[in-house]
Design a protein. Structure first.
Length: 423
């Protein structure tokens, strides 16, 4: 078995590798390739990863390369975790929102659109290489905005096996597992539906038992602070748990007040965390994951990614919440829409489980954001400015029509080096 990570110089890589270390015997893993275009980061992160693997007896080989084709050749599993433009581009995405009085966030609103325009063409080029070098492999995408990128993959490269992942759903499953005294989050089955970073939880079961009243009550109790997606009283009346990113839509005015214009952006905070992590990774004496990695965001990524690989490779028939075409599992939505929903996962692929449509109060928001995703994917592939403008205009967190052309010009200008389709 050969697994490849595109973006192997990411500070996430050690957690992913830890997941492979824990499961290498069951998976039969022989080779893990880390590929990155930044040789400096690759040497630091890759060197640390190689020490991690050596410390447990070197059960598989770790190869480091800047050659994407060599990394992909013959792979069975390809994991993408890239950030086009690195953290400097993320900072620009966040400041773009602040500059125009809009939400400044890397996956939601105009920041998420800017990231998608940079990311989609690169991920599609990875898929093109896979078509020649490993056509039967699965592409597991963790690059944000994960749902939108997966929408582009499955719409424009339908012959490549692909799926999108986020650590958000497993976080909810782990929270419920802790509440119920369980150790395995996959024993928790959530009635979870929406898009990546735009989803609602409507029920929870453990071992066939309905535990939703307890789960919802605990969520309402924890919704007393100002950082909840909705206030506790609203959550009680809605009867659902809202994904944390819904805060940007439901409490936009509060978010704008809090982000201000002079506070450090999240990108600047993450840059500091990553600098500390890379310094620890570079220490030849370090061969275990530092606790600071949990501050980076995206925690439990390996739990999601490697568990998914194991479920497919060993035909576990587990239920995972992933991003994929819903294929008619949810009545009322087009079957070719990529949605984030529970799916049965096994050797025969990924199969969405039947689900009820969202309630009306959520349905309209989901449809608007899905229209934005479809338009953004099209704009990223074609470089059509009129389509990009439509995407900005339809997004609930986008600019007014009076500003939309200027905001688009600003977005395309600051990232022009990473947007050759718009040149």
């Amino acid at each position: 078995m050969k697994a490849t990570t595109i973006g192997g110089g990411s500070t996430y890589s050690p957690e992913l590798v830890q997941g492979f270390i824990e499961r290498h015997e069951r998976l039969g893993l022989h080779e893990l390739w880390l590929m990155d275009i930044d040789p400096g980061r690759l040497d630091i992160v890759g060197g640390f990863v190689q020490r991690m693997v050596a410390a447990v007896g070197a059960p598989f080989q770790v190869h480091l390369t800047t050659d994407r084709r060599a990394a992909l050749d013959g792979a069975q599993w390809v994991i993408t975790q890239i950030r086009v433009g690195q953290m400097a581009a993320r900072r620009e995405d966040e400041l773009l929102g602040r500059r125009w009085g809009l939400v400044g966030q890397e996956t939601t609103g105009i920041g998420g659109m800017a990231k998608a325009l940079r990311t989609v063409p690169v991920i599609l080029s990875v898929a093109e290489d896979m078509r020649m070098l490993c056509p039967d492999a699965w592409l597991i995408n963790f690059a944000n905005p994960s749902g939108l990128v997966t929408e582009a993959l499955q719409r424009y490269m339908p012959d490549i096996h692909s799926v999108g992942l986020c650590n958000g759903p497993i976080g909810y499953q782990m929270a419920v597992a802790r509440q119920m005294g369980l150790t395995d989050p996959f024993e928790v089955h959530l009635d979870y539906l929406g898009l990546n970073h735009l989803a609602w939880i409507r029920g929870a079961r453990v071992e066939g038992k309905d535990v939703w009243p307890q789960v919802l009550a605990r969520a309402i109790e924890h919704a007393q602070d100002d950082h909840s997606p909705v206030p506790a009283q609203a959550m009680k009346r809605l009867g659902v748990i809202c994904n944390g990113y819904l805060r940007y839509y439901y409490r936009t005015a509060r978010v704008l007040r809090e982000q201000g214009t002079d506070k450090p952006s999240r990108a600047e905070q993450v840059i500091e965390i990553e600098d500390k992590l890379l310094a620890q990774y570079a220490d030849p004496a370090t061969h275990a994951m530092p606790p600071e990695l949990m501050q980076r965001g995206g925690a439990y990524y390996s739990t999601v990614a490697v568990q998914l690989i194991e479920a497919m490779a060993l035909d576990r028939a587990q239920v995972h919440i992933v991003n994929t075409r819903q294929m008619g599992a949810v009545p009322g939505y087009p079957p070719d829409w990529v949605m984030e929903l529970p799916c049965r996962v096994g050797r025969d692929g990924i199969h969405p489980l039947p689900a009820e449509p969202l309630p009306l109060f959520a349905d309209g928001l989901l449809r608007a954001v899905k229209d934005y995703e479809l338009l953004t994917a099209q704009a990223a592939v074609t470089g059509d400015r009129s389509v990009a403008l439509q995407a900005l205009l339809v997004h609930p967190l986008g600019p007014d029509a009076d500003q939309v052309s200027d905001v688009l010009d600003d977005m395309l200008n600051i990232h022009r080096g990473y947007l050759p389709n718009f040149a």
